[in-house]
Design a protein around this ligand. Sequence first.
Ligand code: M6R
Length: 352
Amino acid sequence: GKSGYDHYMLKEIHEQPRALRKCLRERVDGIDGSVDLDLDRLDDADRIHLVACGTSYHAALYGAQVLRERGVPAQAFVASEYDRTTLAGETPLVIGVTQSGETADTLGALRTARAAGAETLAVTNTVGSTAARECDQALYVRAGPEIGVAATKTFASQQLALHAFALWHSADSIDPERIDALRSLPDQVQSVLDDADVESIAAEYADSSAFFFIGRGHNHPVALEGALKLKEITYEHAEGFPAGELKHGPLALMEDDAPVIALVTGDGERARKTLNNVKEVQSRGAPVIAVTDGRLDVEQYANHVLTVPETDPTLAPLLANVQLQLLAYWIAARLGRPIDKPRHLAKSVTVE
Ligand code: M6R
């Protein structure tokens, strides 16, 4: 059942700390600072393609970014756009990221890859799924069953599993601080859930004409995911952009009844540039809801601030995303939408 929650989605959002702990268990070792995934070494994989749809594609975008930072050329593709020409004569390792393991578009991309001689890995939540059976190997994200059509805990677990994969694949030495950050993540997600205060902001903005999400670097996939979550359960218009792209067009959309949700974590160059984008937005009269760890002084340019704890910059998006999930949930609740079963959508999409 829903364990006292009004919807499975809210229950599953709250299950994230537990899901993430399970994802890490016996894989990320705090004592000897290593990652062990019980996979065969992928020796030929000097290039990686990730194929996925929807929320899983956002996890794939994130995973590709973490892999590239570890020196592994990696690129994410929307599965339905992946074909022989994308492979361009190469035989990369192809990772299918699919919660259900049954998504036709993703299975199709994996079959295309295999037909071209590529090695394949399924990153999935579902033991024995078609993706797990058809791929050479499987890495389970261990989020547990997800009933809500809107993917929540499985997205977090996919990101964490891909992060662990990136560390494992690029083996040599893993910074002990990164290991600590990974191991602290479940408790930090719990603290975001415990301290969350999104309902009144949701009430204030539920009738907005549109919602825009901006993020840079690791926060970019989460900006896209925040918009997808919001549109699928509220039926309102939402779009995510790389923060830097705003001034190349979307800035024309800024209005006082269309909030911009800005992800500003850390105090590095990306965060500082994003803060400049926030200023641009605010001076155009759009309300700003900032999700921040408070390392930069975002507050003075934002109408509202949603706080997350400080962590490694590569893991901050997983914390920020919890606030975006809750924002989508509470706006949908306010609008009286059928949150667990949005119209026209299915949990598992088995047609191309
Ligand atoms: O089962 P999959 O991860 O392959 O599903 C892919 C998408 O259909 C899925 O992520 C969808 O976008 C989400 N349910 C949206 O919340």
